[in-house]
Ligand binder design. Sequence first.
Ligand SMILES: [Zn+2]
Length: 232
Amino acid sequence: MLRVALTGGIATGKSYVRARIAARGVLTLDADAIVHRLFTGGSDVTAEVRRRFGTSVVRHDGAVDRQALGRIVFADASARRDLEAIGHVINFDPLEDIMSWEKFWVLLSSHKATLKALLMDQDFVAGIGNMYADEILFAAGLRYDRQSNSLSSQEVRRLYRSMVETLAEAVKRRGSSTAGDLNQDLFGVEGDYQDQHQAFDREGQACRRCRSTIVRVKSGGRSTFFCEHCQV
Ligand SMILES: [Zn+2]
């Protein structure tokens, strides 16, 4: 699977670049958000890091000792594996971390957020951008602004299945595009991909399921496309 991790300071255009890449069907990760979460004072992960490494990496005042971190990352393979294992608890990859829908339900309901915000939260689940979030929610028949802890068991199952199937389909399409050239792989599939959207970027067009009109709303600074009839 091709996945792009982005890093960069505030106001360097990272979100824009990420949105552009994600819109072309490539899974993206905000590497900075993960690192930030990793070392947010008082988080479970911070506590785990301290248990394993003492206060050499995360000091008593919560500051990260970059030299100590660098020594682990670049010079100590077994310590690095431990650090990665700790870090990996923070989110899951829908295609690699297969779980029961019951476990997914526990994860979902432990967050109080709207569905779309949660799907796009890299700390929760890896690799779902604006476009995928809309497509997954359309497939699941759920509105973007439903609270994540308000779903019935049937809705949780539908959401989980839609998430895995939508991402698997996206990976398959990229895989079948062309081989060799990275640019081809990144951008060569765009035309084909546009045709597959059920909701995303289809404002004013007929819903493929019920023929109602797909609408667009702005939420959290991003556009959301959905069918008011099919998504509840
Ligand atoms: Zn519809």
